[in-house]
Design a protein around this ligand. Structure first.
Ligand code: SF4
Length: 236
């Protein structure tokens, strides 16, 4: 076998694929899955030591991980995500929160800010259309502006996640919260935000901003049903 093919096969085997493991019987209860040749606990035992050092040495990591688990235990099943977010921010000692919101969710952003205010936080926010830059000025082809391919009005101004991040950086927020940014724009925002970022609302226009819904519809109804069926048949 040529060396490069051999190498790429090896890489495929050692990259973790935990989604193919019933982890509830393995790492969740303290055991690696030794029957799985690419279980990362078996392949990379040194990672455990590395992360333990990180949790010991990095104060933010230590605190954030611990507070998140405390919040989980306090409100498990009972608390909605926004309450988890509030309790996490309180536990971290954050005072000033930034909202990076989509223009389509401006009402949700307003309500979110109101609730956060009631819990004692100072809130600032930036709309995705801030700076009013045209899509064509940031290399979006004209045919993808104004009207979507599905026939909806989408306008000519670009979402501007870079400006949202820079403005919230200037405001020196302690934590930023994404309220419905587009896929990709959320990545740009997170990439440039100096404050840690969490998502409150993940945009999904087809599923009232509940992206996981696509996974819970009955098999025949699922948007991805055909793709999944085809992949499963190919695997047989
Ligand atoms: S770490 Fe190992 S045991 Fe845990 S889910 Fe991944 S493959 Fe399974």
């Amino acid at each position: 076998m040529p060396k490069d093919v051999e190498k790429s096969n090896k890489e495929i085997q050692i990259d973790p694929t935990c989604h193919e493991c019933n982890s509830i019987h393995y790492c969740t209860v303290g055991n690696p899955n030794t029957q799985k040749q690419n279980c990362p606990m078996v392949v990379y035992p040194e990672i455990e030591e590395e992360v333990m050092n990180l949790y010991k040495m990095d104060e933010f990591l230590k605190k954030s991980t611990s507070i998140a688990s405390i919040v989980e235990a306090q409100g498990y099943i009972n608390w909605p995500r926004l309450k988890d977010t509030i309790e996490y921010a309180k536990g971290m000692g954050f005072k000033k929160l930034g909202l990076a919101f989509c223009v389509g969710l401006r009402k949700e952003a307003e309500k979110t800010a109101e609730i956060l205010n009631k819990y004692g936080f100072e809130v600032c926010s930036v709309c995705c259309k801030t700076e009013s830059i045209k899509k064509t000025d940031v290399e979006v082809p004209k045919e993808y502006t104004m009207v979507s391919k599905t026939g909806y009005l989408i306008g000519i101004m670009t979402c501007n996640p870079a400006a949202q991040a820079l403005l919230l950086n200037k405001a020196k927020t302690d934590m930023n919260i994404i309220v419905g940014l587009c896929v990709g724009h959320d990545i740009t925002f997170t990439h440039l935000s100096k404050a840690p970022v969490t998502t409150f609302i993940a945009k999904d226009r087809s599923n009232p901003h509940n992206p996981a819904a696509v996974l819970y519809t009955s098999y025949g109804d699922s948007y991805f049903a055909k793709d999944i069926k085809m992949m499963r048949e190919e695997k047989k």
